[in-house]
Design a binder for this molecule. Structure first.
Ligand SMILES: Nc1nc2c(c(=O)[nH]1)N[C@H]1C(S)=C(S)[C@@H](COP(=O)(O)OP(=O)(O)OC[C@H]3O[C@@H](n4cnc5c(=O)[nH]c(N)nc54)[C@H](O)[C@@H]3O)O[C@H]1N2
Ligand SMILES: Nc1nc2c(c(=O)[nH]1)N[C@H]1C(S)=C(S)[C@@H](COP(=O)(O)OP(=O)(O)OC[C@H]3O[C@@H](n4cnc5c(=O)[nH]c(N)nc54)[C@H](O)[C@@H]3O)O[C@H]1N2
Ligand code: SF4
Ligand SMILES: [Mo]
Length: 701
């Protein structure tokens, strides 16, 4: 058979790179960048290029598996119909015995089936679904944008006007291509003369291309942002016309930052005050400018106010919805039919954590979900009510949720664990049933980029059928049919076509077009003087919505709960600041450790530390070291480098070893989340736990 070329969009990370998939004899043999893609213009990263190796990997799951009963160990292959019949009857039994909410759904980050999982949870009548990002990732940025500007904002990377300046705050898009702001887009801007500022404890790949690097102490971003607001107001650098006409609460904000001088911030953040002043001046005087924020600002227990403080900077400088600045999303897709109306009000109220963390699980939340530490308690101790079953669609919580030991204990307490994945993982190895998922070139969906803003729409097209693997949505729909759930009469195509309706195309027609990318409308708030989508129709520097919810309407700084200042005694044993999870180009979270070409590039887990600390412990690059926190200890190889602020240790997350024995696969050796805590305090609005800005120490092995 001649080779077939299928056009699609890569989803190994959150995606966005347009691709051409070569299929020969029903097998993926090559994946290359699509030069016609408006986002990636032919570029792809090493992960995307390794797609054929992942797709055809001998260890891929390819048939449903059931744990053997009785004394015999291991798995038995079963048919899809047996697997689905058995799982659906177990789910029905549990729901009948302990209530619909006693079944929880889990998933991983931003995959093709993300919103379908929410739909399935609503149809099942359970308010308890989770994803290991959410409170720790992206939901704070989305929610704060909505509260402050009435809509989500993204950097204008793909428009005609290029930004003069980009302030990268806790973000390393040159590696992470985080949510549609692809590495190549950020790199091209910096290479073409855009001036960069990086706020990051590491001189990351992005920071290396920036004019200014502010190496702050992890977890202190709010102090830095408040000082920058202070400087911008003090030095009259704010956009007076914009602030006057389009914002509320300027006077209150100015009063709140009165004492947040650069000298105060220097003591807190460890960044020299002159650098803070230089960064504030450069950002405020370069127009247009993008403020590109990332995960570094969210994984702390003061994340609502941290993200709020940073959000105010865009408004003070008038960079909102201007060409080459930060633009409000166009949201050209209809919203996903998540069947939210089918979840009874009484059940919604039972969502674990919703009573406390209103912006994660309450009615004002962007996409209400359960609070993970509260969910784990319910699995392990049955309080406030029992969670008996968990169905995970693409997630590896044994490595990606804080406090892996408790995750392990909680998963062990379940009556039913079902995991759908591409490979056997430490999480899947604990399951009663393991189901083989289709990989991204084996599915069909539509996706709007950048995520949440949805300024352009791509089709994910199915290139091949791989053995018995099935798209997650299909698995959920088949379970729905067996359980007679609402929405089970609609096919995935129906759902996709509902989303496309307002674009006047169906899925087949979108395949012909490939991508829909309408001209961007800037200055949307000026059209008919309609303003922003907040109650005051202005950008809310003072957030009336937060005040109504009982949260502080003005941003503020709080010292991290585990720090030299908060816990001086603990800091004598654990004198360094630990940050975790800065992304590596070769891996997506816990994935790809079995992919030879990628593992060759990064064979071992690694920790970065400064020569100031390494010297004292006799540590050199390449040495195996132990990193310990008050919760545990793990081993990694040292990278001794000046590209990290002195006193900070950064460790990779997601490590397990597919080459080691099942079921544990070396999960207790180098897993960052053995060092993190999921105990309170949490962010009061999102329930976020601290993954960046903890205490640790190191020793040579
Ligand atoms: N310490 C620390 N922990 C962190 C972070 C950190 O910075 N530090 N970051 C957090 C963040 S931001 C996030 S978003 C989470 C991510 O957490 P997870 O989403 O749990 O991370 P992954 O390792 O990507 O797990 C996804 C699993 O899904 C499988 N998979 C891939 N594609 C598919 C598919 O199409 N269908 C199915 N069914 N399975 C698929 C993969 O093989 C893998 O086993 O981790 C969080 N954990
Ligand atoms: N290759 C690859 N790409 C990915 C992922 C992956 O696992 N691998 N994961 C995806 C996901 S789910 C996400 S959420 C995004 C995340 O992608 P980004 O938003 O870019 O976040 P990170 O790379 O995790 O962290 C960004 C920077 O924050 C710095 N940092 C650490 N602590 C702090 C702090 O307290 N304050 C500040 N200001 N900076 C700090 C780190 O040194 C790092 O350079 O990436 C996505 N893309
Ligand atoms: S950046 Fe993401 S979407 Fe692009 S090729 Fe790499 S993994 Fe795929
Ligand atoms: Mo994430």
């Amino acid at each position: 058979m001649p080779a077939k070329i299928v056009k699609s969009v890569c989803r190994i990370c959150h995606g966005g790179c347009g691709v051409l998939i070569t299929v020969e004899d029903g097998k993926i043999t090559r994946v290359t960048g699509d030069p016609d893609s408006p986002m990636s213009k032919g570029w792809m990263c090493v992960k995307g290029l390794s797609t054929p190796e992942i797709a055809n990997h001998p260890d891929r799951l390819h048939t449903p598996l059931r744990r053997k009963q009785g004394k015999s160990k291991g798995w038995e292959a079963i048919s899809w119909s047996d697997a689905l019949d058995e799982i659906s009857s177990r789910v029905a039994e549990i729901q009948q015995e302990t209530g619909p909410e006693s079944i929880a759904l889990g998933q991983g980050t931003g995959r093709h089936h993300y919103l379908h999982t929410v739909r399935f949870a609503n149809a099942l009548g359970t308010p308890n679904w989770y994803e290991p990002g959410l409170a720790q990732c992206f939901i704070p940025r989305i929610s704060v944008s909505n509260l402050t500007y009435g809509n989500f904002v993204v950097g204008d990377y793909y428009g005609k006007v290029k930004p003069k300046c980009i302030l990268f705050w806790g973000h390393n898009p040159l590696v992470s291509s985080a949510d549609g702001e692809l590495a190549i887009a950020a790199k091209r801007c910096l290479d073409a003369g855009t001036v960069g500022i990086a706020i990051d404890p590491r001189r990351s790949e992005t920071a290396k291309k920036c004019k200014l690097w502010l190496p702050l102490r992890p977890g202190t971003d709010a102090a830095l942002a408040l000082a920058m607001i202070h400087i911008i107001i003090r030095d009259n650098l704010y956009d007076k016309e914009f602030v006057e006409q389009w914002t509320t609460g300027f006077t209150e904000l100015a009063a709140a930052v009165q004492d947040c001088t650069p000298e105060w911030a220097e003591k807190t953040t460890w960044v020299a005050s002159e650098k803070i002043i230089a960064a504030a001046h450069l950002y405020a005087t370069s127009k247009p400018a993008i403020l590109d924020w990332g995960l570094g600002i969210e994984q702390n227990t003061n994340c609502l106010q941290t993200v709020r403080a940073i959000a105010c900077l865009r408004a003070l400088t008038g960079n909102i919805d201007v060409p080459g600045g930060d633009i409000l999303g166009m949201n050209i897709l209809n919203s996903y039919p998540t069947l939210a109306h089918t979840l009874p009000k009484g059940v919604r109220k039972k969502r674990l954590g919703a009573d406390k963390f209103k912006l994660l699980g309450g009615w004002r939340a962007f996409m209400p979900s359960a609070h993970i530490p509260t969910l784990l308690q319910a699995m392990q101790y049955g309080k406030p009510y029992p969670i008996k079953g968990l169905l995970v669609f693409g997630g590896n919580p044994m490595t990606t949720v804080a406090n892996s030991r408790q995750v392990h204990a909680a998963l062990k307490s379940l009556d039913l664990l079902v995991v759908t994945d591409l490979f056997m993982t430490p999480t899947a190895a604990m399951a009663d049933y393991v189901l083989p998922a289709a990989f991204w070139p084996e599915v069909e969906q539509v996706i709007g980029y950048p995520l949440v803003a949805e300024n352009m729409v791509f089709a994910q097209q199915k290139a091949v059928q791989y053995k018995e693997c099935r798209q997650d949505e299909w698995i959920m729909d088949e379970l729905s049919k067996r359980l007679g759930l609402p929405g089970s009469d609609e096919s995935l195509r129906d759902v996709i076509n509902q989303r496309l309706e307002r674009l006047g195309v169906n899925y087949d027609q979108l395949l012909d077009k490939g991508v829909i990318y309408p001209e961007h409308t800037y200055y949307k708030y000026r059209i008919n003087n309609k303003g922003f989508r907040t109650r005051s129709k202005k950008i809310e520097l003072y957030s009336s919505a937060l005040a109504r919810l009982g949260y502080d309407p003005l941003p503020s700084y709080k010292e991290p709960p585990e720090s030299p200042a908060s816990c001086p005694d603990l800091a004598r044993t654990y004198p360094y600041i630990l940050t975790t999870g800065a992304r590596r180009r070769e891996f997506f979270h816990s994935e790809q450790r079995q992919i030879k070409s990628l593992r060759k590039l990064r064979p071992h887990p690694q920790a970065e530390l400064h020569p100031d600390q390494a010297l004292g412990h006799g540590i050199q690059t390449g040495d195996w070291i132990r990193i310990s926190s008050p919760r545990g200890s793990i081993r990694m190889k040292a990278i001794v480098t000046e590209n990290i602020r002195s006193g900070v240790v950064n460790i990779e997350h997601g490590w397990w070893f597919p080459e080691k024995d099942e079921p544990e696969f070396g999960i207790w050796d180098s897993n960052a989340n053995l060092l993190t805590s999921n105990a309170p305090p949490y962010d009061p609005a999102f329930g976020t736990y601290q993954l960046r800005g903890l205490l640790c120490t190191v020793t040579k092995e």
